[in-house]
Design a protein around this ligand. Structure first.
Ligand code: C5P
Length: 216
């Protein structure tokens, strides 16, 4: 079991998925669950600021995620939302949902169930609180960071339709809100930091894969 945390734009999703593929592991994107719940709330007119309403919406929240790194998908109630959960309207409200403690508890249980259900030699789970809350006893725990400048440049390249300034503003305000809930900017005890500021994508994936291989 490998736990990877990091801020927005650190590349943790794409790096974790590529590393899982190389290792023959499963891959779990925990942020997708928060995003899918936010998408579901917007879809059904649930007030994302109303903690009780959001919590109640979890009762019939039919969430499915593909953990095969070659067949990644996110579905809610049979609808494929893999792309829709990345839309700015979802990104704009996801932090409000993620700061509700009872929601976090329920999703942490869900992440642990997915980890237990994996039948591959390992699973990489990535997010914000995986190394500290979801799986503090994981075999390998990594904090994937990059300078703020590098993270913004990467996110901006992924979304060329948005201005660099808008991307920068959304990224730093989301990080500020999220880090009030969990600390993913500093490595907890026993967590290895991989700083990808001066690494390209393949070098970052290799750093993760090498760390996992040497820890086994
Ligand atoms: O990683 P991603 O940007 O997709 O995460 C979306 C949001 O989900 C984050 O901004 C954060 O609010 C929340 N999140 C969280 N804990 C995690 C993963 C994501 O609070 N483990």
């Amino acid at each position: 079991m490998v736990a990877v945390d990091g801020p927005a734009g650190s590349g943790k999703s794409s790096v974790s998925r590529a590393a899982a593929r190389e290792l023959g592991f499963d891959y779990q994107d925990s942020g997708a669950a928060y995003r899918a719940l936010a998408w579901n709330a917007l879809e059904h007119g649930v007030d994302t600021e109303d903690a009780d309403a959001v919590l109640a919406s979890l009762d019939d929240f039919d969430y499915r995620i593909g953990t095969d790194p070659d067949d990644y998908f996110v579905r809610v109630g049979g609808t494929d939302v893999t792309q829709a959960i990345r839309e700015p309207r979802v990104t704009g409200v996801v932090s409000a949902i993620a700061r509700i403690p009872a929601v976090r508890e329920r999703l942490v249980e869900l992440f642990r169930r997915v980890i237990e259900a994996s039948d591959r030699p390992g699973i990489i789970t990535e997010g914000r609180d995986i190394t500290t809350v979801v799986a503090p006893d994981a075999d390998v725990r990594i904090l994937l960071t990059a300078s703020e400048e590098a993270r913004m440049a990467r996110r901006s390249a992924e979304t060329p339709e948005h201005s660099a300034r808008a991307v920068a503003e959304q990224l730093s305000s989301r990080d500020a809100q999220d880090s009030r809930v969990v600390d993913f900017m500093n490595a907890a005890d026993g967590v290895t930091t991989i700083d990808s500021t001066n690494l390209d994508f393949d070098q970052t994936v290799s750093a993760v894969v090498d760390l996992v291989r040497t820890s086994r």
